[in-house]
Design a protein around this ligand. Structure first.
Ligand SMILES: *Cc1c(COP(=O)(O)O)cnc(C)c1O
Length: 333
């Protein structure tokens, strides 16, 4: 599989290229050049596959064999998914009648982000080992992205991770999750100020091209294709567990912040999975306004809600390749 920019000015990139990149150079997002289409028979043959098995199936479709062999890919996925507390990873609970809850929080930091980041950590590490390279991941967070990214790369030889968290603005649990990880490659800074102020030094680092090159600085924000790719698997898994018969339509309601998760659902649908989706947002409704009437404008400040991971109000990258957008996407997490 090759990758291109959603704005069309770049093409022919490898999975590795896009895994280590942020925005495309033309300001677009990196996406596969095509979405593999599954027939009904293929869907049926996958219906009893385990969750880790489905992550493998999806990754295999989007990463060419020349890049990672099937044995290596399977090992890498299994080793990183081991950190989940339930063997099936995703649990589905029936509420009443036809209503079910898909539980995506059984990972090491209890955040949905663990599903994708645990595997992305493994993928990064695979290429780094292979090429004997080192990277520095720089994350600004006030919640679950920081903890989840840390857990996925702690102790890895070829990766350093630097996390800035705003003092007093994360939950106590999240702050402890981050500050109690004692590993040589983990560097946590609790900083004074709000997440806008916290973002300033991060922005400066990413804007300094020679600094980025010298430290192999990368950001694993929610636009990272590796994260989206892994998230496709839980749609297939949920579908197979919930459909009466393969081929029937299942409707999924998706709590949506910056829409990375539901983007994976839309890709699953394009691949032929018979699902419909409803994006649900809270009072910070830029995604709903964009989808329903094309209104991508910023409407005031982000309102703090009981679901901070969904508190997104500004999805707009300020400049192409501007990792500062990470703030808008991840700041309240
Ligand atoms: C990250 C997250 C979301 C939002 O996901 P997006 O991909 O940004 O739409 C919603 N709920 C929880 C619990 C999350 O961790």
């Amino acid at each position: 599989m090759k990758y291109c920019s959603s704005r069309g000015l770049e093409s022919g990139l490898s999975f590795r290229d896009v895994l280590f990149a942020g925005y495309a150079k033309d300001g677009g997002l990196y996406v596969p050049e095509e979405f593999p289409k599954l027939t009904l028979d293929e869907l049926k043959s996958m219906a009893h596959t385990s969750y880790p098995g489905l992550v493998f199936e999806m990754a295999r479709k989007f990463i060419s064999e020349q890049e990672i062999s099937s044995v290596q890919l399977k090992d890498l996925i299994d080793n990183n998914i081991k950190k989940f507390t339930t063997p099936e990873v995703v649990e589905i609970k029936q509420l009443n009648g036809e209503l079910n809850i898909v539980e995506l929080f059984h990972g090491p930091t209890l955040a949905f982000k663990d599903l994708a980041l645990s595997v992305v950590g493994g993928l990064l590490n695979f290429y780094l080992k292979e090429n004997q390279q080192n990277i520095t991941i720089l994350v600004g967070t006030s919640g679950d992205t920081g903890s989840s990214a840390l857990m996925s790369v702690r102790g890895e030889e070829h990766t350093d991770i630097v996390v800035l968290l705003p003092h007093g603005r994360c939950t106590r649990t999240q702050e402890l999750q981050m500050t109690t990880i004692i590993d040589d490659n983990v560097h946590i800074y609790r900083v004074e100020g709000n997440s806008d102020e916290l973002d300033e030094p991060i922005k400066k680092c990413f804007h300094d091209e020679s600094f980025v090159a010298n430290h192999n600085l990368i950001s694993i924000n929610s636009i990272n294709w590796g994260r989206v790719m892994v998230q496709i698997a839980h749609y297939f898994y949920s579908y197979f567990r919930l459909c009466g018969e393969v081929g029937e339509v299942v409707q999924l309601l998706v709590p949506t912040g910056a829409a990375g998760n539901i983007t994976a659902g839309c890709i699953a649908q394009k691949m032929g999975l018979p699902i419909t989706m409803v994006a649900t947002v809270n009072t910070n409704d830029i995604v709903a306004r964009t989808l329903s009437c094309g209104d991508f404008s910023v409407k005031g400040e982000v309102v703090k809600s009981l679901a901070p991971a969904m508190d997104i109000q500004n999805g707009q990258p300020s400049t192409p390749g501007d990792h500062a957008n990470e703030k808008h996407v991840d700041e309240k997490r």
